[in-house]
Write a protein that binds this ligand. Structure first.
Ligand SMILES: Cc1cc2nc3c(=O)[nH]c(=O)nc-3n(C[C@H](O)[C@H](O)[C@H](O)COP(=O)(O)OP(=O)(O)OC[C@H]3O[C@@H](n4cnc5c(N)ncnc54)[C@H](O)[C@@H]3O)c2cc1C
Ligand code: SF4
Length: 517
């Protein structure tokens, strides 16, 4: 296994942490990469490997297994922006973005799926892209997949809530498969969300970031980039402030001068940096616009048998059968605290339901809501953005339909009761007949309990510089040496979990940078 960031820190001095900053400072680099999530980490490693002097800047701190908190709410307060309580305005929806070395990869479920051919064809056709088909991206998916050991979840760590999902799909003739994940030696502890204590999850902090460091990269943690410095059409570096972990209190100033600047701060933060840099790279007017999510909905199902939903690979099984209908079905992990929040009722009623917690499974759908569009805006006096987003009534049907399909799978797998958690229908449904209400009722956007942790499109790629911020290789149309390498560059929802596609695109962008500068 690769050395974690923390091991490299002491002996190589290549990772600076908050306690080590004593004064304002300046660094020089060939390339400065902003953000150590899946996008930025790949670019940093690929360029360090070919001999570039890389400075990788990350606003969050590094975490080690000793820092992980199993309690979900404590963990979120430490690893997530706004303590994990960030939400959209317009249609209310929670959305989580990590703030730590490794970005979303530290807290995500390690699900790795290549974007389907039909989605990438649609991107190419609608956004004047010429080299972003699945065949174009496959070599980049392969390179990342090999480095991270991406492979299907083995049977021995699936646990019951994953195998019951397969049973339901098999009974209905729906395709399903074990999820491919970036893990090595997963024990099925179901803790991916609060950090993998066994270091099986191949998050960026133990893979790409240490690899970049071994090739000479300097990593500045607890350092927030505030803006890009420019000279005409060239970016000459970035400036920012040191930020105390968790409190967000700012202290020393820093500047990094570089020949090339890569923004990979995530789809919410990269547009903010551009806006705060004098509306940089925004001749198209698209910076911060087009915000899209995969809103997720979930159902809890109760079985006679013991399921023990907290155990098994965090998300181990999925069905890709309904991607063209706009949704993907997955198993979800369910620690007791999350179950308590999802259960309807209070007092005695809630107690009765919680007594059945060992007998339930939670499965979810992520939906491609391409009609539901929003915007990232500067929030005055805050480093955080305002997120305006509306769930389009046309997309509401996708949510309802996906829940009905989950209901089918639950009953086919032997569930006796399901709890869909949708406003305006019974709390509990006990048969597929009763579940027809999910197909027949007219729902409103506010009726669903949704969460949107997959976010995209705020600096979208487009072949036409008047309609997009970057081209398909991540080059900012308006600048000679400014690149973007996070999920903000997607032109639409990828329809599957976004991390691997973001890394494949970042891998390609790194190659383009190395070739052009
Ligand atoms: C709970 C959860 C579960 C998920 N599960 C999956 C999954 O299983 N599979 C999957 O494919 N996707 C999953 N996702 C989504 C996936 O993690 C993200 O799509 C992915 O991390 C995006 O990568 P990124 O590099 O674009 O941005 P990020 O991962 O957000 O990384 C951006 C980094 O930049 C840093 N940064 C931001 N602003 C600044 C600044 N001004 N200065 C310096 N640094 C800055 C951030 O702190 C962060 O570390 C999940 C997300 C969450 C939250
Ligand atoms: S399920 Fe457990 S062991 Fe496996 S990757 Fe997630 S946290 Fe690590």
């Amino acid at each position: 296994m690769s050395n974690p960031v923390s091991e490299l820190r002491a002996d190589e001095g290549a990772v600076r942490v908050f306690a080590q900053y004593e004064r304002d400072f300046t660094e020089e680099a060939d390339v400065v990469v902003v953000g150590s999530g899946p996008g930025g980490a790949v670019v940093a490693k690929q360029l360090a490997e070919v001999g570039w002097r890389v400075v990788l800047i990350e606003e969050g701190p590094p975490f080690t297994p000793d820092d992980f908190e199993l309690d979900g709410s404590i963990s979120m307060a430490r690893t997530m922006r706004e303590g994990g309580l960030r939400t959209t305005q317009g249609t209310f929806m929670p959305t989580m973005q990590a703030i730590c070395v490794g970005g979303g990869s530290l807290v995500n479920s390690a699900i790795c799926v290549r974007a389907p051919e039909f989605v990438l064809d649609e991107w190419c056709n609608s956004y004047q892209l010429e080299q972003t088909t699945r065949a174009d991206l496959d070599p980049h998916y392969d390179a990342v997949g090999e480095f991270l050991g991406i492979a299907p979840t083995p049977e021995r760590v699936l646990g019951k809530r994953n195998t019951l999902f397969r049973k339901g799909c098999d009974a209905l003739g729906y395709t399903s498969e074990p999820i491919s994940r970036n893990v090595r030696g997963c024990r099925g502890s179901g803790e991916c969300f609060t950090g993998c204590r066994s270091r099986a999850k191949q998050s960026m902090d133990i893979t790409y970031v240490p690899a970049a460091i071994r090739d000479g990269a300097l990593v500045l943690t607890s350092a927030r980039v505030e803006h890009v410095i420019t000279d005409g059409k060239r970016a000459t570096g970035v400036e920012g402030r040191i930020v105390a972990p968790f409190s967000g209190k700012t202290s020393h100033r820093f500047r990094v001068d570089a020949k090339v600047v890569v923004l990979a701060a995530g789809c919410m933060a990269t547009p903010l940096i551009l806006m705060k840099s004098g509306d940089l790279a925004n001749r198209s007017g698209q910076v911060g616009r087009n915000l899209r999510f995969h809103p997720g909905v979930a159902i809890t199902g109760f079985f006679e048998e013991v399921v023990d939903p907290a155990f098994g690979a965090t998300q181990g099984y999925h069905s890709l059968q309904f991607l063209r209908d706009g949704y993907k079905l997955e198993t979800l992990w369910a620690p007791p605290a999350i179950l308590a929040v999802r259960m309807p009722g209070s007092g005695h009623e809630l107690k009765q339901r919680l007594a059945q917690a060992r007998h339930c499974a939670v499965w979810d759908a992520i939906t491609s809501c391409n009609r539901s569009i929003g915007r990232v805006k500067i929030r005055r006096g805050s480093p955080n953005p305002d997120l305006i987003w509306h769930l389009d009534p046309g997309d509401v049907k996708i949510l309802a339909h996906s829940l009905y399909t989950l209901a089918e799978i639950f009953f086919a797998a032997g569930a006796h009761t399901i709890v869909p958690g949708v406003h305006g229908i019974p709390d509990e449904i006990k048969s597929l007949d009763e579940a027809q209400i999910l197909r027949n009722k007219r729902f409103h956007p506010g009726d669903f309990v949704t969460g949107g942790n997959h976010s995209f499109c705020t600096t979208r790629m487009h072949g036409d510089p008047a309609r997009g911020v970057v081209d398909e290789f991540g080059r900012c149309h308006d600048m000679e040496n400014l690149y973007i390498a996070d999920t903000g560059v997607y032109p639409q929802c990828p329809s599957v979990n976004p991390m691997w596609t973001g890394m494949a695109l970042a891998h390609r962008t790194a190659g383009v940078i190395a070739a052009e500068h």
